[in-house]
Design a protein around this ligand. Sequence first.
Ligand SMILES: [Zn+2]
Length: 92
Amino acid sequence: MNPFEKCPVCGGELREKEVEKLLRGGDHTASLRIIAEVCLHCGEHLYAEETVRKFERIRNKLRRQDFSDFKPLGQSFSVERHWTDKAVQPTT
Ligand SMILES: [Zn+2]
């Protein structure tokens, strides 16, 4: 079941945890709660192969705007550029 024994990034110990994953397809996003292996050291999330395939199917549904099995969750927004530009101060 568990394809990983140690974190491939840092070699840390992994624990099975339920995490929230955000998926994007086209302009749409969907969130789901899913079991992942989470590294106790660096926080890396690892997913089983079948879970990754599930993510791909969900992304494809979002791209095709096929929202069956999805429940609306309010709106999502993209923040205007000037908000993010301000955060980067030129160091002169
Ligand atoms: Zn790690």
